[in-house]
Design a protein around this ligand. Sequence first.
Ligand code: NAD
Ligand code: DAU
Length: 339
Amino acid sequence: MSETFEPRNIIVTGGCGFIGSNFVHHVVREHPGVHVTVLDKLTYAGNPENIAGLPEDRVELVVGDVCDAELLDRIVPGHDAIVHYAAESHNDNSIADPEPFVQTNVVGTYRLLEACRKYDVRYHHVSTDEVYGDLALDDPARFTEETPYRPSSPYSSTKASSDMLVRAWARTYGLRATISNCSNNYGPYQHVEKFIPRQITNVIDGVRPKLYGDGRNVRDWIHTEDHSSAVWAVLTRGRIGETYLIGADGERDNITVLRAILRLMGRPEDDFDWVRDRPGHDRRYAIDSSKLRRELGWAPRHTDFEGGLEATIAWYHEHEPWWRPAKEATEAKYAAQGQ
Ligand code: NAD
Ligand code: DAU
């Protein structure tokens, strides 16, 4: 096991988004000596409410773009690590308009790598299992760190590109970098465009949930809190230049997840609409996280998926003022796409 890195002053990009804000809460709660500077552009997916109420002496928000090299020159010096979550993150949006994905996910990562090189700052890159493409439903295999890259969508190809930049900067310039590739997250603060919050808020609104294709596509669900603890483990104890896959053995097909939501919300299990499939829709993701568990001793704590889903449903019931402003426009966009 490598030496423990003890960051004191970190930048979290995308810290007003879903997973980034959950990570900021995690750091504030679990690591009292650490100050967090959140760098976030506040796109449609970023909401400062996600980190409101955290102690001001622990968390500072800088509103800005990761592609802005001058801004990075101003804020990066003095920090000892960057944890890079900021991204355009939604596959359906990337199919409708790939441009912001190339800009933020590829160019933004490049700018951060250059800033880390210039100021000798450690870098952790938050990526996705989608870089590995998909698996067949009947394939016993799961993704490992050795699986070849084979991204399918504009979103996943820009994430794969950004991973490649990180690997090159680590090898060529000796940048102190690590990468993690995680499976599908669920939990509080997830935008209503994503599968689980979209269906929960549809049911709250009395609208039938929407299932793509044949509903048999499999995602490997992990609670976002477990993703946060894994990223912290890799940042502080991971080996420089290495990739770690993060997953919690949560494979389920979409129709099973949807039926669980309907059941937990007191609706009949067939009370949903079949809608147009996503072009190029990946069939199945599955993560083998044994390297992370073996090397860093990490294990997920939220292993009861239905319990986690129930808590997430309760969170959306209790936080309607948080999601309501985004709901109408999100559904209008889906309706225009036949979804
Ligand atoms: P999200 O869309 O909820 O949040 C993205 C955040 O990044 C927002 O706060 C947004 O304002 C900010 N942002 C976007 N462009 C920016 C820019 N140019 N400069 C600064 N900030 C910018 O995304 P998420 O679901 O929380 O995903 C976060 C990261 O985790 C992404 O890198 C994503 O690829 C990765 N990831 C997500 C999942 C998942 O299930 N959602 C799984 C594995 C990995
Ligand atoms: O695997 C990690 C990835 O998980 C992350 O890299 C992405 O940022 C994140 O958005 C997520 O990607 P997916 O495309 O898997 O997530 P999404 O929530 O969009 O969809 C999950 C599954 O549900 C997928 O098979 C498509 C399906 N779906 C989605 C929506 C929005 C539906 O059937 N109906 C829907 O309304």
